[in-house]
Ligand binder design. Sequence first.
Ligand SMILES: Cc1cc2nc3c(=O)[nH]c(=O)nc-3n(C[C@H](O)[C@H](O)[C@H](O)COP(=O)(O)OP(=O)(O)OC[C@H]3O[C@@H](n4cnc5c(N)ncnc54)[C@H](O)[C@@H]3O)c2cc1C
Length: 421
Amino acid sequence: MDEFAVAVIGAGPAGGQCARQLAQRGIPVLLVEQHSNFSQNNYSSAASPLETMALFDLPPGVVARYWTNLAIAATEKEQIWYGDQPRGVVFDFAKLRQFLADSVEQAGGQVWLGHRFLAYKQVENGLEVTLRRSPAEKVTVKTQVLIDATGSKRAVINYGQNGQTIKADSSKYYRGIGTEYLIRVDQNIHQKFADTLVFFLGYRWSPQGYSWIFPMDNQQLKVGTAIFAGQHRYLGQLKPIRFYTEAIIRNYLRLEKNQYKLEEIHGSVLNYAVNQGDTYHRGPVVAIGDAVSTVNFLGGEGIRHGMQGANIAIPFVVDYLQGDPQAFEKYEQAMKAHFAEPWQRTENLSQRVYLEFGDRQIDLGVTYLSYLDYDDVLDLLFHYRFDRIYGGITPLLLKKFAQFSQQCRRWLRNLRRFFLI
Ligand SMILES: Cc1cc2nc3c(=O)[nH]c(=O)nc-3n(C[C@H](O)[C@H](O)[C@H](O)COP(=O)(O)OP(=O)(O)OC[C@H]3O[C@@H](n4cnc5c(N)ncnc54)[C@H](O)[C@@H]3O)c2cc1C
């Protein structure tokens, strides 16, 4: 039986980054992925701020496109902020995960694609983990630490020792459903969107969620929609999710079906535990990434945060291997110290924006954002710096004051005309 110090199940951004870091520290690690290659399960839109590249030492080869501008379109109001240099990337999600897996192997770790986690059991000095290699073949490995990086599925941490999945209480989760079309468009259309992330809010485009157009290379665009599950305060039955994505292609990009090539439809479901209510560890079984809700539910950004969570876990995995039995308690505390406060705020805000706001409120919100400068908007959306919102008050007041004094001048002019003075 093969033996490892750590087995990481799931080669998404969190699992890949975790295994890469462990391998680079010389720790014997196995990275396991159920799919046999990374073009499968290529579900993420994969936009990220530019800092992600340096933060995780990523090469330009994993980037499909750099973005410079940001636009938000609501029912009545549309605002675009222009930059003069790249502010972020749209990853090629398959290449990003492939790069992380390759780095694991280069640093001496092992990567087993096409292996699905089935079960684990406690044995003397560790855990025995059973994987399905093919429909007919199972394989068992031994490990000291078992890491659940299976994303929203939480396949390992929710595995009960009796072989039954531990049932999650659905009232403790927010659920988001996302579907995306990868389309190939002609050069002119691609050029128009090549440097810009466009987000859609509001009832006209994306009731009960948000939609997007992100640029890729090779004349491709990603057009998608995410819907926040639950009963909206004002809205009734929604249309199927594809309806909203197709409406954006038709009514915003102004493309009929024969004017673009649909190359792929992909998507996934995000289950986010309310109030950081996840199980972070059970003995030497530890969860990272979306398995502990590192995705930010307001805008669905999860790659950077999943990788960040993996980095937070590393020293505690090392401490555990060196004999600290309390290491994973401390991991949970460290994760909460990093995520709890901003995640709590964005959790509440997303609940209000996607399930409670009227369309007019969303339009007013976007109108208000239009008074913020670009850096403040990016800080707000990517660093959850809600204090940046105050930056809009001065320009808004100045504009209102200018409008008011213009109005006064008009009244005065009319008065003078009226009294012939
Ligand atoms: C439609 C959509 C669009 C998104 N767009 C963005 C975006 O623009 N920017 C951004 O930052 N984030 C985005 N996200 C979120 C982001 O993709 C996730 O938060 C991120 O990928 C989570 O990383 P992870 O490694 O924790 O989990 P995942 O990426 O879900 O990886 C989990 C891996 O575990 C594997 N696995 C599952 N079960 C088993 C098993 N039993 N055995 C073996 N392997 C298993 C899966 O195949 C998968 O490869 C989007 C999400 C969706 C659904």
